[in-house]
Design a protein around this ligand. Structure first.
Ligand SMILES: [Zn+2]
Length: 109
């Protein structure tokens, strides 16, 4: 099961689907929804907010595979010069707040 939350109206949507969906508008207000469960990866957050393109991410993942899988994707993206440091900081900040969101809803989920 996946759980999404709307950025605009805070609507929670639970979806019984295995495949990951990203571009799903909010059924209530048509706003952007982001996934709470399972936790989004940094690359997914950057894509959700359109801070990078799919192409940028694929390139970074390709480079990451050549370096080391444990090499943080944020650092790889920084190396490619496709993204500013402050955007990565913003995404990491969102990832932290997302964890709090998850904790808040895990009781109901
Ligand atoms: Zn909404």
């Amino acid at each position: 099961m996946q759980v999404f939350k709307c950025l605009s109206c805070n609507k929670i949507e639970k979806i019984n689907k295995k495949e990951l969906e990203r571009e799903m508008p909010c059924p209530k207000c048509n706003g952007t929804m982001y996934r709470i469960v399972p936790k989004m990866k940094l690359g997914e957050i950057l894509l959700t907010f359109q801070w990078i393109t799919e192409e940028d991410l694929n390139m970074a993942l390709h480079i990451q595979r050549q370096l080391s899988r444990s090499y943080p994707i944020g650092k790889v993206l920084k190396l490619t010069g496709k993204i500013e440091n402050k955007i990565i900081e913003k995404a990491l900040e969102f990832q932290r707040s997302e964890l709090e969101e998850k904790a808040r809803y895990s009781v109901e989920i």
